[in-house]
Design a binder for this molecule. Structure first.
Ligand code: FES
Length: 184
């Protein structure tokens, strides 16, 4: 009788260690999968941007590279924005329509931006005029550096113009979009 109970106890122990082993193996594979997912999510979420690529800071260089005050907006294709210069400063207006994301164009004869997709229109400084777009055009943050490399000005939080003194170096932060004002 005692022998039989010893055998039963040994079987129970073996069953327990088999269960423990399976539990540990299951937990280990779960941990491995979780760690792998975390690494993949991190890699996906982190932007991989080289210098000057859209999504990161784009170094425009010195003020000589900018259009003159009152000149037609000038496209800066690489970083997807329009330069708009006025007496009060510079704006970098994001080239994508605030309605459904088409690329709008500057119409010099009408002196406004017009979107070919659904006809939204915007003033030279990006303010909404007409059409299905729900807000004015978005702006990118412009940063101005002096010759020593110190930042001396940047686009204000409302997306207004930034003054650019002669001889400044300009960087456009293409990952920092200021949304245009909602109208109506
Ligand atoms: S995407 Fe520009 S008006 Fe619709």
């Amino acid at each position: 009788m005692a022998v039989q109970s010893d055998i039963l106890a040994s079987d129970a122990q073996q069953e327990m260690s088999r269960r423990e082993f399976l539990n540990y193996a299951w937990l280990a594979s779960l941990g491995f999968i979780t760690a792998q997912s975390a690494v993949l999510t991190y890699q996906f979420a982190m932007p991989r941007l080289g210098p000057g690529e859209f999504g990161g800071p784009v170094d425009i260089g010195m003020i000589e590279a900018l259009p003159g005050v009152g000149a037609p907006p000038e496209p800066f294709a690489k970083a997807k924005f329009w330069w708009v210069m006025s007496a009060t400063g510079a704006r970098a207006i994001y080239k994508v329509c605030t309605h459904l994301g088409c690329i709008y164009q500057w119409k010099q004869e009408e002196f406004k931006f017009v979107c070919p997709c659904h006809g939204s229109q915007f003033e030279r400084e990006g303010k909404y005029i007409f059409g299905p777009a729900g807000r004015s055009l978005d702006r990118l943050v412009v940063r101005v550096y002096d010759s020593s490399g110190k930042m001396v000005a940047e686009t204000p939080p409302d997306g207004g113009p930034v003054k650019i003194p002669a001889g400044s170096r300009i960087v456009v932060e293409t990952g920092m979009k200021i949304l245009g004002a909602v109208h109506g």
